[in-house]
Write a protein that binds this ligand. Structure first.
Ligand code: FAD
Length: 463
């Protein structure tokens, strides 16, 4: 039998239940469909990463005697055509839990023999439920239930060295050209290498190191998870192994903290699965009527990293330049937009989606709603990140700031988090005049607290 392996956000060969099933059953034809409706929405860096990932996957397949078949168009029509051309009896794919994908897949499954397998998460969202069958909306009980489920270790079936060849006559479009992203070389080998390096290094100190903006204390794996170049089950299996073998309580804490982040990922996927309306509105109904400010020039300054708060500006410029931003920085800039500027979190959510290599509707929406304090298990809304204190705590020498905001390179450490406090004489001698060479802070953090609390309270009063 011939089986189409329809690849979507699972660009890998390891720990892949749909692929393993297909290889056991017969001849596998790996297919990727360029769906313009989806691609239009993809940020340019994410598209670059996807395309170069496809190229890498094609290379990996060719080493095994197979290859990727690329088509462009509406998936139902393209799959129907491929079935006619190949005589395939079945289509296999990994389940994609985002609302668009679920609609598309259920539509296709009515017309064609589409067989979906779990694998985007360790546990499908329909499995991690309260005893009464309803979904969790708070992280801690979700994670407890998640951890209590039986863990099926990833399959260690070694893949055949040769895959069946795809038929000669089958036409494939070229993979679109892509710019290579220096920070994120594509492919599963790179992802597996990163995982190994991380677990044998920074993960041991992750409990504290993960918050440091100036040090590479995290795994930098988010784009690989985003496109399934790394199996989450494989990552969980590996980190659990480390938790078991380490005798150091500190290291254990580090590994546990990282496992927890992988569970946050599944928590937000689950929230989006059960409450797809979060893409359109706040999860918390009492906070849907906040009167956000319409302030296009302030929004623009935030996007460009010209707010006058160095840590916010460094982070926004890092995003623009690399398509990635540290988690602590994401929280700081999200808090600044929503609380200090009182601009709708959806504006920030959208900007992140347009720029992140790892941009993912579930994690991004979850992160924004959490920081704005309007989401499921959100930070209480009266908790407002102080950008100066955050900066001093997590970038003590200002190295992160100086990497991304070169106009502040000469500013001494004691002033780097709040350069507007530099005496004028110092500004002159350094040649860094605030208001000329670097913006004056666009708001006074101490003064905006009242405004935001009032806006949130008013919304609560309306409901
Ligand atoms: P690590 O610290 O090494 O974490 C390992 C993995 O766990 C990550 O790769 C990611 O897959 C997952 N993870 C970690 N933290 C979270 C979290 N809070 N929520 C969900 N998953 C998490 N992450 C995305 O993958 N895509 C997004 O679009 C996204 N948008 C965000 C927006 C905001 C406002 C905030 C506050 C967070 C967002 N995050 C998003 C979560 C987090 O910032 C990134 O996953 C993390 O910074 C990626 O770096 P890393 O791979 O080195 O992470």
């Amino acid at each position: 039998t011939t089986i189409l392996w329809w690849i979507r956000r699972d660009l890998r060969l390891h720990d892949h239940p749909a692929l393993e099933y297909a290889l056991q059953k017969g001849r596998v034809i790996p297919v990727f469909i360029l769906d313009d409706r989806l691609l239009q929405k993809e940020a340019s860096k994410r598209k670059q990463f996807l395309f170069s990932g496809l190229r890498q996957l094609d290379e990996d397949l060719r080493k095994r005697g197979s290859q990727l078949i690329i088509r462009r168009g509406e998936p139902l029509a393209e799959l129907t055509r491929l079935i006619q051309e190949t005589g395939a009896e079945e289509i296999v794919a990994l389940e994609d839990y985002s609302p668009y994908a679920r609609r598309r897949d259920s539509h296709i499954a009515r017309e064609l023999p589409l067989h979906l397998f779990a694998g985007e998460t360790v546990y499908p969202p329909s499995l991690v439920l309260k005893p009464d069958g309803s979904p969790y909306t708070v992280f801690t009980p979700f994670s407890r239930a998640w951890k209590a489920l039986p863990f099926a270790s990833p399959s260690v079936v070694s893949l055949p060295e040769r895959f069946p060849a795809v038929p000669d006559k089958l036409v494939s479009l070229p993979i679109p050209e892509a710019i290579f992203l220096q920070d994120f070389p594509p492919g599963e080998l790179e992802a597996l290498r990163r995982l190994e390096n991380f677990l044998s290094g920074p993960a041991r100190e992750y409990a504290d190191g993960r918050n440091r903006l100036d040090q590479p204390g995290t795994s930098f794996l988010s784009p690989y998870f985003r496109f399934g170049m790394l199996s989450p089950r494989w990552a969980v299996f590996q980190v659990r192994k480390m938790i078991q073998i380490t005798s150091s309580p500190d290291e254990k804490r580090g590994y546990e903290a990282w496992l927890n982040e992988l569970i946050w990922r599944e928590f937000y996927i689950s929230i989006l699965y059960h409450y797809p309306h979060v893409l359109a509105m706040a999860f918390n109904p009492a906070l849907r009527a906040i009167e956000w400010r319409d302030a296009p020039s302030e929004l623009q300054a935030w996007k460009e990293g010209k707010t006058g708060y160095p840590v916010v500006d460094a982070a926004m410029r890092q995003l623009k330049a690399t398509g990635w931003m540290h988690n602590r920085a994401r929280m700081i800039v999200a808090s600044f937009l929503t609380k200090d500027l009182l601009i709708n979190w959806q504006e920030g959510e959208q900007w992140f989606m347009q720029n992140l290599v790892d941009g993912d509707p579930a994690a991004n929406n979850g992160g924004w709603q959490w920081t704005a304090g309007v989401g499921t298990d959100a930070a209480p809304y009266f908790r407002i990140f102080n950008p100066v204190l955050q900066s001093a705590k997590f970038d003590p020498q200002g190295r992160y700031i100086k990497t991304w905001v070169p106009e502040l390179t000469s500013v001494p450490t004691e002033f780097i988090h709040a350069p507007w406090t530099m005496p004028l004489s110092l500004q002159i001698s350094l040649g860094v005049r605030i208001g000329r060479d670097y913006p004056t802070p666009m708001v006074d953090h101490q003064e905006v607290r009242g405004r935001v609390l009032e806006a949130y309270r008013t919304s609560q009063g309306k409901t």
